[in-house]
Design a protein around this ligand. Structure first.
Ligand code: ATP
Length: 312
């Protein structure tokens, strides 16, 4: 059987980073949004004994061995169902920039898990898929879910918003500006830590803050006016050592009226309540340093199965 799946990029419309926890992860509160920019994965289960996962990818910068998060996803999934004898061929066609703050790897992993559930048909509910996803990576549970969600913990605690951006503001679009720059997440967190004295947060104060953020976002999305709430704690610390990104941020803000970075960078974006305005802004944008510009609609899913071919 062959399965093809599209895995969608995510934007952080809002991202606050709190102190480092004893387990080494940081607590975050974020509003995540899936957008219509996606990779395409083709998975095939072929005959052959033992355990074999072979990965190919159109982007030479993406690892094709066990360092690929898709490999990790298949490995953890197979272990969780006690499958030791399988032979998988996976091709990844990348469109989402690598290390662009768009969770490209995590969304490939989510697509792999959903495709493997269809391929191997284990007897379990989606709840287990989310648990497996959280083991694979912090952003994987959101990518399994998609749409608009509030995220907390290290990224694995999700609250989906049924009245998300895709549902309430269907005529709007994001303008994505993607610099040809990769930002590693680890050093970006170090820069956040170094940039301020983070107070030890008590969980109840974080819960109160979560509720305030949540209520503000729900009513802003309902009104269709939410760009004024865009925020990212990584911006100033990352711009401190990646000056070219600050220049692009200013350039986009001057062009679109506002700008915010996604994740730890490097992608920046702006929101247009009318998608035609987003296309106009794309056409008139003059790149500063080779950045790629695309218009992406908000979507309500993180993964979409495109096709299945059986019995060949
Ligand atoms: P996030 O927004 O979750 O911080 P990102 O979009 O900035 O993630 P990714 O594109 O997911 O970053 O890549 C992060 C790292 O993962 C890179 O070092 C890359 O080589 C590695 N990687 C492993 N598997 C993949 C994959 N399938 N696609 C992209 N990168 C992958």
């Amino acid at each position: 059987m062959i399965i093809q799946a599209n895995s969608f990029a995510k934007l952080n419309l809002f991202l606050k980073v709190y102190g480092k926890r004893p387990d080494g992860f940081h607590d975050i509160i974020s509003i995540m949004q899936s957008v219509g920019l996606y990779d395409t994965l083709t998975l095939e289960s072929v005959d052959g004994g033992g355990k074999n996962i072979s990965i190919t990818c159109n982007d030479a910068g993406v690892p094709t061995d066990e360092k690929n998060i898709v490999w990790k996803a298949a490995d953890i999934f197979s272990e969780s169902i006690g499958l030791t004898d399988y032979n998988l061929k996976i091709h990844i066609e990348k469109n989402i920039p690598v290390m662009g703050g768009l969770a490209g790897g995590s969304s490939d992993a989510a697509a792999t898990l959903i495709a493997l559930k269809k391929l191997w048909k284990p007897d379990f509910h989606d709840e287990k898929l989310f648990k497996i996803g959280a083991k694979v990576g912090s952003d994987v549970p959101f990518c399994l879910l998609g749409g608009t969600a509030l995220v907390q913990g290290r990224g694995e605690v999700l609250e989906p918003l049924p009245e998300g951006v895709h549902a309430k503001c269907p005529g709007g679009a994001f303008l994505l500006v993607m610099p040809p720059v990769r930002v590693e997440t680890g050093p970006a967190y170090d820069a956040v830590d170094a940039s301020r004295i983070v107070e030890a947060r008590k969980w109840n104060t974080l819960t109160e803050e979560y509720r305030t953020i949540r209520d503000g976002w729900i009513s802003a999305i309902r009104s269709g006016e939410f760009a004024y709430l865009f925020h990212n704690d990584f911006e100033a610390p990352v711009f401190g050592y990646r000056h070219e990104l600050e220049a692009i941020h200013t350039h986009l803000r001057n062009h679109a009226g506002h700008a915010v970075m996604s994740g730890s960078g490097s992608t920046m974006f702006a929101w247009f309540p009318l998608y035609t305005d987003a296309f106009d802004a794309k056409d008139s944008y003059l790149p500063l340093a080779g950045e790629k510009v695309v218009v992406a609609l908000p979507v309500g899913h993180g993964v979409r199965i495109e096709g299945e071919i059986s019995n060949i």
